[in-house]
Design a protein around this ligand. Structure first.
Ligand code: PRX
Length: 630
């Protein structure tokens, strides 16, 4: 995409946060603290880190050997100690950590004291299976307390978790288990969505077929009717919990010891295993959760993401637990059994902070405001948004029909790689619908052209980050060169891959990806991954995939497909190809549209020019085609 295009915006509205909210926010004066945090970045983050528990303090806050950072050098801690023990020791033993509700409206609550015991039992169970510090454990589980406990159990003993979203299918799961060389896979017998049971165990069985390095599959037997004393490869989580001690010393982790791998899509190749480490990630997620959601002791907080994505890791698990918050989590579809489901929980649990994605807001817009109108949403104070730009119409609807014009909307721009919020409107200064806000404390961003020249306000360019931050990714698992690419493409900067502008007041507006990464319903999907799944179908010779604007999902997938010689195109075949993608990758990656074509636009070196396809599809100027083969 060409940068340097001028964007002229109409005079925009600003929304002031309500006075009673500003009165008690943790940080009232953004500007002066921001300046301070930039002047003394290390001092700033050290002060934040002081709020957490360290077995041993750092010798140095930051060691920056471009592009490699070490934060809290030589410090020792355990993130689960900060998320659990610290609270249990300080009066929160009986405070509810999670309120879980399933699609059948069955509720389960767990306190900090109980969660610590559960985590310890699982941690001891993992130890008994031979899991050690540094071993990888893949977790393929539904959004439940049990899944969170499994993540924390890994962190307790220093094993590296790699959570795979349970909506992914066996191909995507296998690839991630294989890449991480997971010693143990943790799963559940099933999850439920729209009233249907989805068999997770069967998917795991297929995914690990022939992977000799997987030593054990730990299964949460949800109804206790599948694993009847089975031995060998499969171990019952229920039994492990029952038979293990509720006490487990937290491993002394170096601040730079790996905490988890989370796979995410890039422009090329297979998904990258983004690696996050212990200390910096803990500090970043703790502080952003507390400040940006203005979390106070009595609050009920609800992030509607799934633990399978970074939003779940940072803002369902680690951030809120580090803050000692009470969180709501749910399993299943937001609009099942009816579109009032979420709002009924806001009313029932008196939710104060609600964090969701624009795609969900747009879906509820379509259902109509009569659904939220049926419920008392007056407990809400802060509404968060994440995953994609929130269009002003959705922003207004969210503000009016969910926030009832009394809440602050906190848009949060960040990525799997950044670990924590990087650009956001903290709840103490006015927000502008459609603009993510200003850079976070200690974070310096810029909008630059392809050569790295900083661009003036209101000009489209690459969004880059100029300096290291504590929860930045440290590497890509097994592929350090892919990590370096973030910092080497435009030397001197971390390249986010997004296009953005900023205005005279410093508000950043995100315009979407500059590369071939799709954002479907807030989920990041690589064009290459979908293309490979399509080409895997025996009738297909070649394929190219583009994203098209979509009213609810933000983007939908369209695939152009060249069939093998002699194969007859048909609607039936289109369905078959879609099913094939569903089987390999999962429902989120299935193209909405398939078009059979004879040829694809390529460069002379054979690279598919997706941008040409996209321009043609959307009736836009095709741009520079001098490299086009024909
Ligand atoms: O394009 C941006 C978009 O989501 C990308 C990151 O995707 P992922 O790593 O899956 O993480 C999603 C959850 C943080 C970004 O490169 N994105 C994320 N948040 C926003 C956003 N775009 C605009 N506004 C946001 N608030």
């Amino acid at each position: 995409m060409e940068v340097k295009e001028e964007v002229h915006l109409k005079v925009e509205e600003k929304y002031q946060p309500p006075a009673q909210l500003v009165e008690r926010v943790w940080i009232k004066d953004y500007e002066s603290l921001y300046q301070e945090s930039i002047k003394d970045r290390e001092g700033f983050w050290a002060k934040v880190a002081e709020e957490l528990h360290w077995f041993k303090k750092w010798d140095k806050v930051l060691e920056w050997n471009y592009p490699n950072a070490k934060w809290f050098v030589n410090a020792k801690t355990n993130i689960t100690y900060n998320c659990l023990d610290r609270h249990v020791k300080n009066g929160r033993r009986n405070k509810v950590a999670y309120i879980f509700v399933d699609e059948d409206d069955r509720e389960k609550k767990i306190t900090y004291g109980e969660l610590l015991e559960l985590v310890n039992r699982i941690a001891n169970g993992l130890k008994s299976l031979g899991v050690k510090k540094g071993d990888r454990v893949s977790i393929y589980m539904p959004n439940t307390i049990e899944a969170i406990a499994c993540m924390l159990a890994c962190a307790r003993i220093g094993a590296i978790h790699s959570v795979v979203f349970a909506g992914f299918s066996e191909g995507a799961l296998r690839l991630r288990i294989e890449d991480a060389k997971a010693k143990v896979v943790m799963t559940a017998t099933y999850t439920k969505r729209r009233g249907k049971k989805i068999d997770l165990l069967a998917t795991v069985q297929n995914a690990i077929d022939g992977l000799g390095f997987v030593e054990k599959v730990v299964v949460w037997d949800r109804d206790g009717d599948v694993l009847n004393g089975s031995g060998g490869l499969f171990v019952s989580l229920n039994e492990l919990i029952k038979n293990s001690s509720p006490e487990c010393e937290p491993a002394q982790m170096d601040a730079e010891d790996p905490l988890f791998i989370l796979y995410t899509s890039g422009t090329t190749g297979k998904p990258k295993g983004v690696l996050h480490t212990t200390g910096g990630y803990m500090v970043g997620t703790y502080f952003t959760t507390k400040i940006n959601f203005d979390l106070h002791e009595e609050d009920v907080y609800w992030c509607t993401a799934d633990i399978g994505w970074i939003t779940g890791h940072s803002y369902i698990v680690y951030g809120p637990l580090a803050c000692g918050a009470t969180s709501v989590i749910t399993e299943g579809a937001p609009d099942y059994p009816n579109p009032g489901r979420w709002w009924s929980y806001v009313e029932r649990y008196r939710v104060n902070v609600f964090y969701t994605a624009p795609t969900a807001v747009r879906m509820f817009m379509r259902f109509g405001e009569q659904w939220p109108a049926m419920y008392d949403l007056s407990s809400l104070r802060i509404l968060g948004s994440v995953g994609e730009p929130i269009n002003p119409e959705a922003w207004q609807w969210y503000y009016k029909h969910i926030g009832r014009e009394k809440c602050v909307i906190v848009d949060t721009w960040w990525q799997t790689e950044t670990g924590m919020h990087m650009i956001t409107t903290i709840p103490s200064y006015p927000s502008k619908p459609g603009k993510a806000g200003k850079p976070y404390f200690g974070v310096e961003v810029a909008v630059v052209d392809n050569k790295g020249k900083e661009l003036p306000p209101n000009t489209v360019g690459n969004l880059v980050i100029k300096t290291p931050w504590p929860s930045m990714l440290r590497t890509c698992w097994g592929e350090p060169e892919r990590y370096e690419k973030y910092w080497n493409t435009i030397p001197g900067y971390y390249l986010s891959g997004d296009l953005a502008t900023y205005d005279e007041e410093g508000y950043v507006m995100i315009l979407g990806r500059a590369d071939d990464v799709l954002n479907v319903a807030g989920h990041r999907i690589g064009t290459m991954e979908v293309e490979s799944a399509i080409v895997d179908h025996p009738a297909v010779a070649e394929s190219a995939v583009i994203g098209k604007p979509h009213d609810i999902k933000g983007e939908s997938i369209k695939a152009f497909v060249i069939l093998k010689k002699g194969v007859e195109p048909s609607d039936h075949l289109k369905e078959e190809i879609k099913q094939h993608v569903r089987h390999i990758l999962g429902a989120i990656a299935v193209p909405d549209e398939i078009e059979f074509v004879e040829k694809l636009p390529k460069t002379r070196s054979g690279k598919i020019m997706r941008r040409v396809l996209k321009a043609q599809e959307l009736g836009l100027p095709v741009g520079d085609v001098s490299t086009l083969e024909d």
